[in-house]
Design a protein around this ligand. Structure first.
Ligand code: 1HN
Length: 341
């Protein structure tokens, strides 16, 4: 037996010099029966994060930082700038009077506004003035900058497909020149694409929605009307996904985004899916039970549920949750699975 092991190890050493290794020693760790992930469930309460964000505002300007962001690092993936294996998330602060300079990159970005009103993000010089609860898209390779002409700080949750683009080694980044704004506040974008119609002759130039601003008031109204129209799903209550109004498909090619309403007293049954999901609480409070933990959430909290780990959602009060995941990327590769109930 020892002789067998010794012969094998001698063989492994011999082929090792030629950058070669035996699959049979690693096969079962490589191809597991179910997802095996270092990603852990985790909760970033607003009560913890808001003081940190304020401190970050005292130690560096948005200009100097380029983006003043506290990265939400999954405890199972520390030092790797990601909240799940495939997605980056961070909390970005922009103070009154500040500007974050233009740049562009291969990564797609989304924002979900947690606090403040009146700051803007600009995509190719077109400003979108943001409010709490708004969902905003920065498409891949579009120049973007941020500014805050309002009198209050703004904080938003950033979600980017940084690890996905890194996996493919397909990342490019460029700094922009000083911007000349083309005026506006985003209303023109809503006028073109915000009414489930599109200008005649419009041809999409990319897989990202040409509507890049989903104001909260509209999304909330749609969600509550939907909730009045039917019984809640046993796992997720009333849940809508943001869509590209021109195709009906996902708003972004790699990141799926959702808004969900859990009526007061909602007590969901277990759910799991292969898309690890980042939740941001917009309204209300409740509990997410996952992996033996009780994550008690309230407004502006962020929490993450890893791939294939069952969890339940409970609402103490009427609650509205925003969430995002890599579901579109997985579905385009035919690998997405879910188990509801
Ligand atoms: C980025 O461009 C922004 O534009 C925020 O606000 C976070 C994280 C990684 C790479 C690029 C932004 C980012 C980022």
């Amino acid at each position: 037996m020892d002789d067998v092991r010794a012969r094998r190890e001698a063989f492994y050493r011999r082929i090792d010099d030629s950058h070669c290794a035996p699959l049979w020693e690693v096969l079962h760790g490589l191809i597991t029966p179910t997802p095996s992930t270092p990603c852990q469930p985790c909760h970033w309460p607003w009560a913890t994060m808001w003081p940190y964000l304020q401190d970050s505002g005292r130690i560096i300007s948005a200009e100097e930082a380029e983006r003043r962001v506290l990265v939400l690092e999954n405890p199972g993936l520390r030092g790797r700038s990601r909240i799940t294996h495939s997605l980056y998330a961070g909390l970005q602060l922009i103070l009154p009077g500040e500007a974050a300079p233009p740049h562009r990159h291969s990564q797609s970005a989304m924002r979900f506004v947690l606090q403040g009103k009146g700051a803007f993000t600009a995509v190719d010089g077109r400003r979108i003035t943001m409010n709490e609860g708004d969902f905003v898209i920065t498409p891949a390779w579009a120049f973007h900058d941020h500014g805050n002409p309002s009198s209050e700080p703004m904080v938003w949750l950033d979600g980017l497909d940084v690890p996905i683009v890194e996996l493919f080694d397909a990342q490019f980044m460029e700094k922009g020149d000083t911007v000349s704004y083309r005026g506006g506040d985003g209303q023109e974008n809503l006028a073109e694409f915000g009414a489930t119609m599109k200008p005649v002759g419009f041809q999409p130039a990319s897989k990202t929605s040409p509507l890049c601003w989903y104001p909260y008031a509209r999304s909330r109204e749609a969600l509550l009307a939907f909730a009045r129209s039917q019984a809640p799903h046993p796992c997720w209550g009333h849940k809508l996904q943001y869509v590209n109004p021109v195709t009906g498909g996902w708003a972004m090619p790699t990141i799926g985004t959702f808004l969900q309403y859990l009526p007061q007293g909602f007590d969901g049954t277990p759910y799991r899916s292969t898309d690890a999901t980042v939740y941001a609480v917009r309204e209300g409070s409740g509990v997410c039970r996952i992996g033996g933990l009780e994550l008690r959430f309230g407004p502006r909290d962020v929490f993450v549920c890893p791939s294939w780990m069952p969890y339940t959602l409970h609402a103490d009060t009427d609650a509205i949750l925003f969430s995002f995941s890599d579901r579109p990327a997985q579905q385009s590769l035919d690998i997405w699975r879910e188990q509801a109930g």
